[in-house]
Every structure is written in C-alpha cells, then in structure tokens.
Design a protein around this ligand. Structure first.
Ligand SMILES: Nc1ccn([C@@H]2O[C@H](COP(=O)(O)OP(=O)(O)OP(=O)(O)O)[C@@H](O)[C@H]2O)c(=O)n1
Ligand SMILES: O=P(O)(O)OC[C@@H](O)[C@@H](O)[C@@H](O)CO
Length: 419
C-alpha cells in the first residue's frame, strides 16, 4: 500500500510509502493489562510508536548503518523492535527506513518474526523520518490503513534497552501534559566555545539534563508541530520536545530514565550493548534432570551451587519445561545420570526448536553424563558421547549451542551422590 505525499504540504522529499508488513496481531499478554491494554469494557487509549531508522551511522565508522549492525549475529534494530513488541498495548510500530534498506528491513521482520510493524520511507534527516512516520498514522493521508493513535511514542531504533515501565511513564505523562520525554543526568559539563575556540562560558551542569528517548506525545500535538515546522528545523533540529514547545506551545513533562536508555552511536556502544545483552540472557539457567528423584537430589545440589553465581536457577525433571521455555530461559544443563543416551537432551532440543526460542538469542545446552566407569569401558562411553558432536553440528544451524560433559564416578560415589 503506498501513501503518496500529502497534497502540497510536507517536505519536498518523497512522501512516506507504507509497505504494510503488519504481522498478525500479537496476542495481548495478560501481564500487560493496563490503562492502555485491552481491558474488557473500557476504551483503551490507542498508542503507536514511530522508530526513526533511516540514518547512515557515520559516527559508527563502518559501512553498515548501525541499526543493522549485528549483536550476537542479530541486527541491533531487532532488539529494539523486540523491546517494543513486548509491550502489548503498543498497537502499531512504524519504522522509517531508507528505500535502499527496505528489503533488508523486511528480511529482519520476517526472520525474527516481528509483529505489528509497518514500514515507511525515511527522510534525509531524523526529523523528516519521524515526520514520515507520523504521516503514516495521520488520518488525513490517502489510503492510510493505520488508525490515528491518541498517543504516539517516538523512539530511536538504535536505543535497544527500553523497558515497559519508562514507556508507560512517558505515555501517561503525555496524556496529561501533551508531551513527555526521558531524561538523564549529564556526565560531562556543557560549555560554550568562543569564535576563536576558547572557553566563552560553561553551564552549571546540575541545572541541565540530557534528553534521551523514549518520548511520547498526544498525536495531534506532535503532528501539528511537524506540519508547521520550518525547513531549518526539519534539516538541523535534534529535539522533538523542542518542536512541541515551539509550534504547539506544549511544555513536555520530563521523566527520569534509567541508565540503559543510551543511544548506540559509536563502535564502543555496540560492544557495550553486546556485553549487556550477554549478561542479561546468561543470568537464567534451567537444570533438567532425567527423573523426579534425581531432580530432588542431584538437581537441588546443583541449584544451590549455581545460585551463588546466577540470579535465576530453575530445576525440573521435565514436567514444566514448556513453561520454562516460554519464560525465555536461554541456558539449559541437561543432566543424564547413569545413562549415556541423549533421549532427554534430544527432547529438550526438539522443544527449543518447536518454540522458536533460538530465533532471537542463541540457546546454550550442556548435556552432562554421570557414568560409572566400572560398568562400561571408557572407549564405549566416549563413543556414545562423541555422538554429541553430530548433534551439535545440526543444533548450531538452529542457533542452539550444544556441548557434552562426561563425568566418571565409581558406582559407590554415585550412590552417595544420589542419596
Ligand atoms: N535521516 C535520518 C537520520 C537518522 N535517523 C535515525 O535517527 C536515530 C538517531 O539518530 P543518529 O544516532 O544520529 O543516527 P545516524 O544519523 O545514523 O548517526 P550518524 O549521525 O552518526 O550518521 C537513528 O535510529 C537513525 O537511524 C533517521 O531515521 N533518519
Ligand atoms: O542527534 P542524533 O541524531 O545523534 O540523535 C538524536 C538525539 O539528539 C535524540 O535522540 C535525543 O537527544 C532526544 O531528542
């Protein structure tokens, strides 16, 4: 579906071209029932989001625009989309990308099964990209399929660490004040240089804040502002809150944001983002035992030890494995006591694959085999466990990192361990 440029109004560059890729409506998660959720019997305030993603990432210093740079083999923008998709009361997510990156963006949406996404063409500046995203939501556009929201969130596509709580804060504040934005304390002091590059004056740092994202606006407030916007502001402006003040005379409510709201701008930010993501997905481990009895003995011994290092440790003998996978655990220790077959591990791999869990992040599975070296010669055991290499090659294709661990115990110690 194409959206032509509005009749005579708006900037010179091509108007937004909406290529609806609206996925199936994501099931509203019960946990997100909120004043913006699908609560039965009350009119939910419609909220949409516009993600400017049409930049070239010059400061990153690599050929690929930073929003498409990989983190753990997945494009940065996919993490931001996932963060917004987790919020069930955001009904539409409009992403502004350049025409040349449109196919790349479509591929990301399909590969990572992103939902509620619509694409518009980016502009030559960030403000123009945002304006094109807003036009896709305005009802004054011909053939527009998206309904106008009451509140619109604007969030840079290169800010992947955005949580539901700050989104709720800025949207609630925007409903009350017309506009709202996340802010953070300044790290460096702001100074004003003179024409000859000497210090003219410095600002009292404590009196100022850094403007971050997300921001939220009553749709009409920000859309009217962009429609009145001068070409100079569209070309050189960097602050949507300023446009709301200058053109719609709305003073945005400022909301203290968390330290994670920073924007990926330089290469070091990409490394920082990767280590934060690794840290987050490695804090949850599930120990899968092959019997209920082992769960209560070996499993809980392991749980006590792991809890000294990790935030979330879950032990199961399989009955609630499906739920654990749904809760997005990405690390599994599959313990096979007294057996060297892989039935348990294979069952886990199948469940992980069926759940599409490894689409978004790599899943780590360690298959541990406690074996009595007196009953079976090492060579035969090693042959069995070496099979895991074949499993691992196949699993890697599905973003599942499988490894095997063979632990030999004389029979009596195993008995002691289990009782
Ligand atoms: N014409 C533009 C320029 C920027 N952006 C988006 O605005 C966000 C924040 O802008 P910035 O960090 O400046 O991104 P770039 O312009 O790509 O970076 P650089 O200035 O280093 O080139 C990014 O998601 C970027 O893709 C956009 O949608 N359209
Ligand atoms: O200026 P850039 O294009 O690097 O990034 C845009 C930022 O200025 C902007 O995201 C925040 O300051 C909030 O407006």
């Amino acid at each position: 579906m194409e959206l032509g440029p509005p009749g005579g109004s708006g900037p010179a560059e091509p108007g937004p071209r909406l290529r609806g890729l609206r996925g199936a409506d994501a099931a509203a998660s019960a946990s997100s029932l909120s004043r913006f959720g699908a609560e039965a019997g009350c009119r939910a305030s419609a909220v949409a989001a516009v993600l400017p993603a049409g930049g070239s990432g010059e400061r990153m210093g690599v050929p690929t625009p930073k929003q498409f740079c990989p983190i753990l083999e997945r494009p940065l923008i996919s993490y931001t989309l996932q963060a917004l998709e987790r919020v069930s009361w955001i009904k539409d997510i409009i992403v502004a990308v350049t025409r040349e990156n449109m196919e790349t963006m479509k591929g990301i949406i399909q590969r990572y099964q992103h939902k509620r996404i619509s694409l518009v063409e980016a502009g030559v500046t960030r403000h123009r990209s945002i304006f094109n995203g807003l036009k896709a939501l305005a009802e004054d556009q011909p053939n527009c399929r998206l309904s106008k929201p009451e509140v619109v969130i604007i969030h840079d596509a290169v800010r992947p660490f955005v949580e539901e709580d700050v989104l709720l804060k800025v949207v609630t504040a925007a409903q009350e004040h017309g506009a709202s934005g996340a802010i953070r304390p300044l790290v460096s002091t702001v100074i004003s240089p003179s024409a000859d590059s000497c210090l003219d004056h410095s600002l009292e740092r404590a009196r100022y804040r850094a403007s971050e994202m997300p921001q939220a606006f009553l749709f009409d407030v920000i859309y009217d502002a962009y429609q009145q916007c001068s070409d100079y502001d569209l070309e050189f402006g960097t602050e949507c809150l300023h446009l709301a003040l200058k053109y719609s005379h709305i003073k945005a409510k400022l909301v203290e944001g968390s330290p994670d709201l920073w924007k990926v701008t330089y290469k070091r930010d990409l490394y920082a983002a990767e280590s934060i993501i690794k840290e987050r997905i490695s804090q949850k481990v599930c120990v899968v035992m092959d019997t209920k009895e082992d769960e209560e003995h070996v499993g809980h011994c392991l749980e006590e030890m792991l809890k000294t290092e990790l935030n979330h440790v879950k032990v199961t003998s399989g009955q609630d494995l499906q739920q654990i996978i749904l809760e997005q655990c990405y690390n599994f220790v599959c313990v096979n006591v007294m057996t060297s077959d892989f039935e348990e591990t294979q069952r886990l791999l199948n469940m992980v694959e069926e759940s599409n869990l490894s689409i978004l992040y790599p899943v780590v599975v360690i298959s541990v085999h406690f074996l009595d070296y007196e009953s079976v010669p090492l060579g035969q055991k090693m042959e069995k466990v070496m099979q895991i290499r074949e499993f691992a090659k196949e699993a890697k294709k599905r973003n599942i990192l499988l490894s095997g661990l063979l632990i030999y115990f004389p029979q009596e110690i195993q008995r002691d361990l289990l009782h």
